[in-house]
Design a protein around this ligand. Structure first.
Ligand code: KE4
Length: 429
């Protein structure tokens, strides 16, 4: 679908056409292909602070932040200095370096139920390993996930998934065998009865996987009843609760959304912010669970670049800034003003809108009704969203090219950038 734009996108289009030869769809991750909003994807030349610049020199306030990691803004001086210093001492050793120990100490200190952690290279790897760990620890096979939640692209979790699969309206994925999903049960987010039904029908459930704040069907908040119910079910039935905090970790507080929600998780998965833009994932739990992992236990998981010192440096420096600046009240305040601003503009113009937010995650839904689960999210007007996306872009605002992705805030935003955002929103709506 080729659209006519006022903006100059000449270099982006040239690069896109060139990229199609060797990169599938011109991208290395499907959501970046702009499939659901039409037009060709932008190619980015650089970014700094709260802004990102495409190869045609167009400047945008960045609410994508690499889908979360850049929470303290792009090219932050402290991260830059720490990573450059680390680079000078070597890139990768295949042996433990102090930085891994330092980041492990920092991460475990931020999660009260995490005695030990294992670093990997992506959120997918973290959650994939958590499945294996939950099965190894409980000796049970089945796992429960929620429709609309996305936990990375490992086979067992590519069922009724959100994010890029929802964006591309794909229920699942080619190449995922019946065998690899036969132990995956799907419940509905915020629907405790759907969980209780599965628990009643199946004996061997190892774990319940959830995004404490769902961010892959757009932002959807759990009800307190849902969270408390999951805690109860986990305890009563000896089913582990796995909090996939790849997106929410360190985003709504210095630690996990689980703390703010009162979710008693047994295993926590991390990614994105914990690497500050460098490839880091992690999974952690109390000692008796983590000691199942090789070399102490029989659950095998490994990785050439796991704990890579350069990536550890990026994560360390990012967490150091978050710990020092504690920007979470700022995020709440900015998101509240943004939500109120968007709602009042949409109201004035008679456009049906709902805006969900939690900490530094926010996103508008073109829908009359409150969005509480995946069905609600899928009922939104994605055609209208596509027009909205491009009009925001013309207004200098860069948001995820999908109704089913969260917008992210960073510490370099301020009131004048909020006003610019709301002005562009008003024109776009
Ligand atoms: P990665 O393997 O992409 O690092 O993490 C997978 C993952 C796991 N769990 C949650 C809750 C996640 O949100 C993600 C990845 N999020 C998507 C954006 N919604 C990554 C963007 C992309 O796929 O390009």
């Amino acid at each position: 679908m080729n659209k006519v734009f006022k903006m100059n996108l000449e270099q982006s289009n040239k690069l896109y056409n060139r990229s199609l030869k060797y990169l599938v769809g011109g991208v290395n991750s499907p959501v970046r292909a702009f499939k659901s909003v039409g037009g060709n994807p932008l190619f980015i030349s650089h970014a700094k602070g709260s802004h990102i610049y495409d190869v045609d020199g167009n400047e945008y306030i960045d609410y994508v932040l690499s889908y979360g990691p850049m929470i303290i803004g792009h090219v932050h001086p402290h991260v830059q200095e720490t990573v450059v210093k680390t680079l000078e001492k070597g890139y990768s050793f295949g042996a433990t370096a102090e930085l891994e120990v330092m980041l492990a100490e920092k991460v475990c200190a931020a999660f009260e139920n995490m005695d030990k952690v294992r670093f990997v290279n992506s959120g997918t790897e973290a959650v994939m390993s958590a499945i294996r760990l939950a099965r190894a620890y409980t000796k049970k096979n089945k796992i429960i996930k929620f429709a609309g939640c996305y936990h990375g692209h490992s086979d067992a979790l590519l069922v009724a998934a959100g994010s890029g699969l929802a964006t591309l309206s794909m229920p699942g994925s080619g190449g995922v065998t019946e065998g690899s999903v036969k132990n995956t049960l799907v419940a509905n987010y915020n629907d405790l009865a759907s969980v209780e039904q599965l628990v009643a029908d199946h004996e061997d459930i190892a774990a319940i996987f959830l995004e404490p704040i769902a961010g892959n069907m757009g932002v959807v908040l759990p009800t307190d009843e849902f969270i408390q119910g999951l805690n109860r079910i986990g305890k009563e039935h000896g089913i582990l609760i796995v909090a996939d905090e790849v997106m929410t970790g360190f985003r709504s507080c210095y630690g996990g959304a689980q703390r703010l929600l009162g979710l008693h998780s047994d295993i926590t998965c991390l990614g994105k912010v914990v690497g500050g833009g460098f490839p880091v994932g992690a999974y952690g739990a109390r000692e008796e669970i983590m000691n199942c992992v090789a070399p102490l236990g029989d659950m095998y998981q490994a990785g050439t670049l796991s704990g890579n010192p350069v990536a550890m440096a990026g994560g360390m420096a990012t967490l150091e800034v978050l710990e020092k600046e504690n920007p979470y009240d700022f995020f709440d305040d900015y998101a509240k003003k943004m939500q109120e601003g968007m709602l009042s503009i949409a109201n004035e113009k008679g456009v049906p809108l709902n805006v969900n937010r939690f900490g530094s995650m926010i996103n508008p839904f073109f829908s009359e009704k409150e969005i509480l689960n995946y069905e609600d999210a899928k009922s939104c007007d994605t055609e209208k969203f596509a027009d909205f996306f491009w009009k925001l872009l013309e207004g200098g605002i860069y948001i995820p090219p999908s109704q089913f992705e969260a917008w992210f805030l960073n510490t370099q935003l301020n009131d004048s950038k909020l006003n610019q955002t709301l002005e562009a929103f008003s024109k776009a709506v």
